[in-house]
Write a protein that binds this ligand. Sequence first.
Ligand code: ADP
Length: 631
Amino acid sequence: MYLLEVAQRAAHIGYSETNIVTGIWQSSPMLDEIYGIDRFYIRHFENWVNLIHPDDREQLLNILAEVKKDGTPFRAQYRVIRYKDGQCCWVEAWGSIEYENSRPVRFICTVMDITERKLTEIELDQYRRSLEAQVAERTKALDQSNKRLAAALEVAEAASMAKSDFLANMSHEIRTPMNAIIGMTGLLEQEAMDPGQREKLKRITAAGDHLLALIEDILDLSRIEASKVVLYPSIFRPRDLVAQCINLLSDTINDKGLRVECHIEPGVPGVLLGDVARIKQILINFGSNAVKFTERGFIQFSVFEISNNGESALVRFEVEDTGIGIDREVIDRIFLAFEQADSSTTRRYGGTGLGLAICKRLAKLMGGEVGAESTLGLGSKFWFTARLELANELDASEGGESMLQPVADLSTVDFNGARILLVEDNSTNQEITKDVLEKAGFCVDLSDSGRDALERIKLGSYELILMDTQMPGMDGIECARQIRKMPGCFEVPIIALTANAYEHNRLNCLAAGMNDFIAKPVKVSILNEKIKHWLAQSNQKPPIPKPQPVLPSPQDNQPVDHEIERFLDKLEELLETKDSAAFRIIRSDSALLASALGSRENEIRRLIESFEYVKALEALRSLRASTRQDT
Ligand code: ADP
C-alpha cells in the first residue's frame, strides 16, 4: 500500500471512491493534494461538483449520467478549481462502477494531474495559432503582391503589345511611301538612258533595300522579344534544307568563285519536325555573312546530332568559312543587337547588325543556343543548335514536303495578254504596279475599292487578281472572301499585296481564300515571279467544274445527280493531290456541298479546313462507297 502511494505521488495520480447511494466519497492523499483539500473538507457529492470548473461541470455530469446508465468505464479531461488557493488545474480521470449482486454500489475514479502537459499543449496551440495567423497574414501579403505583380505584368504586356502594334503600324507607314520610292526608282531605272543617272538610281534602290531590311529586322526582333513569334513545325529532310540554303546563296558564292561544301553526319535523322522557315533564316544569315566576309577559299555547311532521346534530337548546324575572321575581343558581342565586329564593316560590307541577335533568339526559341569560333585572318565557324522532334519517312511522304515541291517551269509558258485585276486604293501604287505589269505584257484593269472589284469580276473574267489588303470600306480580306463565294471564282488566283508584314496577316489572307502574299514595297522581280507561278498553276490544271448556280429541279430544289458526281470527283482529285483548292471548293457552294456530302458534310468540311487531306479523302471515299452500295 505504501509503495502504491509512492508510485501515485510520483505520477501525480490520485484516487477516489464514491458511494453511489449516499454520494459520500473518500480520497487518497495525492488526490487531496490535487484538489487542494484537507481532511476536514466535507466529502459529499455537491462538494465534489463544487471543485469542478463551472465551464466543465455540465459536460462531466452528463458523462457520469451515461456511466450510471450503462456501466461503461469513462475517461475525461476537465478543470478543477483547487479549494485551497482557487488555482485552476487540469486533470484526466478514468472511472468505472463497481457492482454487488448486480447493483451499482461504488464509483471508483483515478485522477491524474495533467496541468503541466495541458499548459504545454495550450502553449503549443497558441504557437500554432499565432503561426497560422502569421502564415495567413503572409499569404495575404503574398496574394496582394501577386495581384500587384499580375497587374504590373498586364501593364507590361499591354505596353509590349502597344510597342509591337506601334512597330507594325510604323512599318506599314514606312513601307507605303517606300513602295512608291522603290517602285518609281525601278521604273526610272528601266527608262533612264544616261549611265550616270542609272548609277544614281541604283544607289537609291540599294539604300531603299537597306532601309527595308532594317525595318524587317527591327520588326522581327521586336516580335521575338514581345513573345509574338510562334514556331510552325513541319516535316523536313535536313539534307534537303541545307541544299536549299546553299542554292539560295549560290549566285553570290559563284560570283566570288568560292567552293561550297556540305557535310551531313551519318547519325543525323533523315527526317525531322521543326520550323523550316526559321531554321533556314538562321542558316541563310550565317551563310550570307560567310559569303560576305570571305574572298577566297570555301564555305562549309555541316549538320551533327548531339543527342537523341528517341523522341527528339538536339541537332547542331554549322557554317564555316575561310574569310576575314573576327577579333577574339569582339566575338562575344556580335550576337548583341546593332553590334558589328568592326564599325567600318558597315560601310564596306553593309548589313544591319541585327541578324545574329535575331538568330540567337530564334535558336533559344527552338530550345538551342548559338555560338561562334574564329581566328582573325583565317576564318570563322558559326553554329546553332535546335531541339527537333523525330519524324518518319511516311510522314514526310504524307504532305510534309511542301517545301520540296517542284516549281513549274515558267520559261515555257506564255502569259502575254493575261488579264489581271489590280485592286488598290492608293493612286501612286496603282500607277507603279500597273506600269510594271503592263511592261511585263499583262492586261491590267484597275479597281480602287472592294465593292468596285466585285462588280468588275461579275462583268469580266480575270486570270488573276492582285488585292491590296488595307482599303477603306470593304478591305481586301473581306473582298477575297466575297469573291470566293461568287460562282466560278473559287479557282482564280488571288495574291494579297500588303504593307503589313506580320505572319498572322499572311495567315488571314490565306484563310480568306487567297493563294499567296506579297509584302509591300513590291519588288518587280517577286511580283512577276509570283504572278507567273500562279498563272502557270491554273494553266496546268484541267478546267475546273464551275459550281453551276443550283437550278431548282421540278421535283425538289436539290442539285442534280451529275453535278454532285462531278463535284465529288473534283473534290476527290484535289484531296488526292493534296491541293489546297479543296479548301476553296468546299466553300464555293454550300447547297451543293450539303447535297453531295449529306450527313458527313460537317466531318469532311472540318477535316479539309484543318488541312487533314488524307483523312478527308478516306472519309469521302467511304461515303462514296456506301452510297454506291445503296443504289
Ligand atoms: P550584319 O547584318 O551587319 O552582318 P550580323 O548580326 O549578321 O549583322 O553580324 C554582325 C557582325 O558580325 C557583322 O557585321 C560582322 O562584323 C560579324 N560577322 C558575322 N559573321 C561573320 C563572318 N562569317 N566573318 C566575319 N565576321 C562576321
